[in-house]
Design a binder for this molecule. Sequence first.
Ligand SMILES: C[S@@+](CC[C@H](N)C(=O)[O-])C[C@H]1O[C@@H](n2cnc3c(N)ncnc32)[C@H](O)[C@@H]1O
Length: 455
Amino acid sequence: MDEGWGRRAVDFATLSEPANCREYVALHQLLGVGSGDRVLDVACGSGLAVELCAARGAAVAGLDASERLIAVARDRSPQADLQVGDMHALPWADDTFDVVTSFRGIWGTTPDAVAEVRRVLRPGGRMGLTVWGHIKASPGAWALAPFTLATREKVANQAAMVSLGRPGAGEELLTTWGFRDVQRCEIPFAWEFADPDHYARSLASTGPAYEAIQAVGEEAFLAHARAAAAELVRDGLPLRAVILVVGYIATKPVDTPPAHDNEVSGHFLAAAPASAEAEQLRQSDLDELGYVMNASRLWGHMPATLDGLFDLLGQCVKLGRLDVRTRGILIAATASTLGDSYCSLAWGGKLTKAANAELAAGVLVGNDSALAPPEQVLAAWARAIARDPNSTTAADVQALRDTGFDEAQIMAVTVFIAMRIAFSTVNDALGASPDPELIAGLPTAITHAVTWGRR
Ligand SMILES: C[S@@+](CC[C@H](N)C(=O)[O-])C[C@H]1O[C@@H](n2cnc3c(N)ncnc32)[C@H](O)[C@@H]1O
């Protein structure tokens, strides 16, 4: 870790970190930090925020991965409980602090750290974190631009990190981890430098700068930074970079559910790490449905695999010439036979739109009387495969042929059903529960029909 953030700990502490003081003061004020509060700062760097917090009368603690930065923090605040460690495994007991802060320390790429923050906060305790806002829209965007000299992969990771500043992202993350009263606030942030040299040396002491330095070398990095700043020098005034910073403040509820409670996370796994693909999955749910499905949260762990699965399903749809109504019949019959409430409800709803609620509820409970005879054969085929694929007979396949399906279509329908079984199996095994928003939008005929599976 000292290769990145702690590489130039003294430069960071003296040239870079002091300019962050506006941010520290503003968040402490928003959180109402006062005398006697037990306050932890996560990813505390060289501890200026810890020192300012102590000046408000708080009993302070801090943690950072960099030994060199913590050495500076200890020098500044000898009375504080300052630890070298990983924010994913905080070395403090449950319910220890009244307030936990993190200044650009928890990112879209480290969402699990939020669970640790909640654990060490006492019920009713407050948390506050800051992240970069819309960097490109910031007047001081130039000051961060040299970070993009890093490799494309590192720059993509930097983008995933700052995704937590996007509208709704922090609110969703904190709510998912069981925080309440989540508020988004604007945090004042301005870096000031005496001259281009000061700026270049200050920037070079940060972690993302090291990623750029690894790509282009330190001299080239410094020269690039100096040249960018030289154009912005103002007579008699400091070089100034105002950057948009977003703050989130939230409260740990008094009767707080456990972090992995199915109702909170919607499934049994911890939140998926942020990635461009997971964000796309989330965003397409928000665009289409106005909320993020629990299934998408779960598949955020393997978003490319989910894409692949839906690609296979798409191939079956094309080859089998399966319209929405036919797909609804196949999935309702498959999911209900497996006892998968999530897909039963979701596709009960879609089949209602493609046909009607009575027909859809009928398929879900095994009453196919509203279906056309070829559709009845398809529903029976789906149930037979979902129940026991070894029990099917040549006569079952002949029945499909008799409905007009050719061999390729029969193959496609069968693969379609098998892929849906795979999808349902993963969702059910990992506890993906039907979304309240989904259930709220369904006709009662469907919600009453689905008496099986997870709620
Ligand atoms: C953007 S800096 C913020 C530092 C400080 N909060 C500030 O305001 O300047 C990110 C900090 O996170 C620390 N860090 C990165 N990964 C960490 C981890 N897994 N656990 C603890 N600290 C970490 C780095 O050492 C660095 O000090």
